[in-house]
Design a protein around this ligand. Structure first.
Ligand SMILES: Cc1ncc(COP(=O)(O)O)c(C=O)c1O
Length: 477
């Protein structure tokens, strides 16, 4: 067995052992795995333990089950989007002397990156930093009274600077319909740290968590890096199918969802599905983590409220970020928690980075309280709608009508789905060679076979969108 802490559950040890064997080529791609009964006998464990490990490896894309014919190593681990790569494992292990846990963390990285030559469009999740009011931000910073400067230069509360927690709580009520006390908020370094804290404090290695498939890799990989089983659940036109997830993973202790604007498909979870999800959480005493990454960017007359604003949402942990509303370089986000969890989250945050930077928290608090966030978002909504139009138009023209994106009343990206058999990676690679960043939909999939491309548009002006379309067009026609 791999060298793991002695309290690592047996099924987790079996899982890691099998995964390592696949990564290191002991079981080659496409080869048949030993029958679970024999395998269990050889390891001296119960067959159910092996079956659990196999199911998890299947969920992560390492293993394919063939009905009546046992389990096989996936024929192409790259295409199946397994989170680890054999090459990376082999390279990292001997040279770095990383611990088993360290390897898990180091190797659980995003798999597809644009080559250095790619221009930034159509990168996903980047806001319009070209339209950010840097001058105003600097003015607010310069105007801080000396006393406030000195106060925020001290060690601060790990849960967050009080004025910022107050400003966020007020903002959430107005903008997302969430009623919470500032004392329920913990300010984090973006939503990524919030997810990391959730994994560290509420989950143990081997715990099962329902995640959207396709879904956001930042969350899935964070869970995997903690040894948590990120269990893929299909997404339909209402978002994560909780009935499906509950049936396949009856022991799941948490679900992580993007109910306002599913990442990456862009659907939103209707009321009936939301209530079903809350009822599942109640019955299973499970948590629901709501990642509201771009909920502020809704362009229609009716705003979709946060899941966390519904009655009986006590088991929902709401994660917000300023990465989209302002910019990701700020590294500021927050999590809304039941009061009983706040101290534990603040302690864990303190252990990892003490607290988020004081002066930046103070300026952000003033930015929100003085109404600048409201104004900035009004401008950004207008700008993003306009940019979405440019994206659609330039792509249609440059591809001779082949790339026809459907307008959406939400978000910062659009998805173009293709047939299941389309090799979306291929076009993405060719696009990168032509200098265009184009994320293939398959990179967000585990078991689902959704194929297509995700076009981020919010962060790119007309010239950049035109240039990207000109680069992509000839590859399509
Ligand atoms: C679905 C989703 N959640 C959260 C985030 C934001 O992450 P962070 O707040 O750590 O910058 C992103 C950024 O791209 C995202 O796409």
């Amino acid at each position: 067995m791999p060298c793991l802490p002695s309290d690592t559950p047996l099924r987790q040890q079996v899982y890691l052992r099998l995964r390592t064997a696949i990564e290191q080529g002991t079981f080659a791609a496409g080869s048949k795995l030993p029958p679970s009964r024999e395998h269990a006998k050889a390891l001296g464990v119960a067959r159910n333990t092996v079956l659990w490990a196999l199911e998890r490896l299947q969920a992560e894309g390492y293993v394919v089950a063939r009905v009546g014919d046992g389990s096989y190593v996936a024929p192409d681990l790259t295409a199946l989007n397994a989170p680890l790569r054999r090459k990376a494992s082999a390279a990292l292990l001997p040279a770095t002397g990383l611990s088993q846990r360290g390897r898990l963390i180091a190797e659980t990285a995003l798999r597809w990156r644009p080559p250095a030559t790619a221009v930034t469009a159509y990168r996903i999740g980047t806001p319009a930093v070209d339209a950010f009011p840097f001058e105003l931000w600097s003015r607010l910073e310069r105007a801080l009274p000396a006393r406030v400067r000195q106060d925020t230069a001290q060690y601060l509360s790990a849960a967050g600077h009080k004025p910022l927690r107050e400003a966020i709580a007020q903002w959430l009520l107005v903008s997302r319909g969430i009623r919470c006390d500032p004392g329920q908020l913990v300010v984090t370094s973006g939503s990524q740290q919030a997810i990391d804290l959730v994994a560290r404090l509420l989950l143990d290695p081997g715990d099962e968590v329902l995640v959207e498939d396709p879904g956001y890799l930042g969350i899935r990989n964070c869970l995997l890096s903690h040894g948590v089983a990120a269990c893929p659940v299909p997404v339909d036109e209402q978002g994560l199918s909780i009935a499906d997830g509950a049936a396949r993973w009856p022991n799941a202790r948490m679900a992580v969802v993007t109910p306002t604007h599913q990442f990456p498909l862009g659907v939103h979870m209707g009321l009936a599905r939301r209530l079903e999800l809350l009822e599942w959480a109640r019955q299973h005493k499970a948590w629901v983590v709501e990642d509201d990454y771009d909920g502020e960017f809704q362009y229609g007359p009716h705003r979709i409220p946060a899941l966390c604003s519904l009655p009986h949402s006590e088991r929902v942990l709401y994660v917000g970020t300023f990465s989209k509303t302002l910019h990701p370089g700020l590294r500021l986000g927050f999590i809304v928690l039941p009061s009983a969890l706040v101290d534990a989250f603040a302690s864990a945050k303190a252990l990892s980075d003490r607290h988020s930077p004081g002066a930046v928290q103070e300026v952000l608090a003033r930015f929100i309280a003085d109404g600048h966030l409201l104004r900035h978002l009004r401008r950004m909504r207008e700008l993003y709608q306009q940019r979405q139009g440019v994206l659609i138009d330039t792509l249609r023209r440059a591809s001779g009508g082949v790339l026809e994106l459907t307008p959406a009343a939400q978000g910062m990206h659009l998805v173009l789905e293709a047939g299941e058999r389309v090799d979306d990676m291929r076009l993405s690679r060719r696009a990168a060679e032509a200098g265009v960043y184009l994320a293939p939909l398959s990179q967000y999939c585990v078991q689902s076979r959704r194929r297509g491309w995700v076009f981020g548009y919010a962060g790119f002006d007309e010239a950049a969108l035109r240039q990207a379309a000109r680069g992509l067009g000839p590859l399509i026609r």
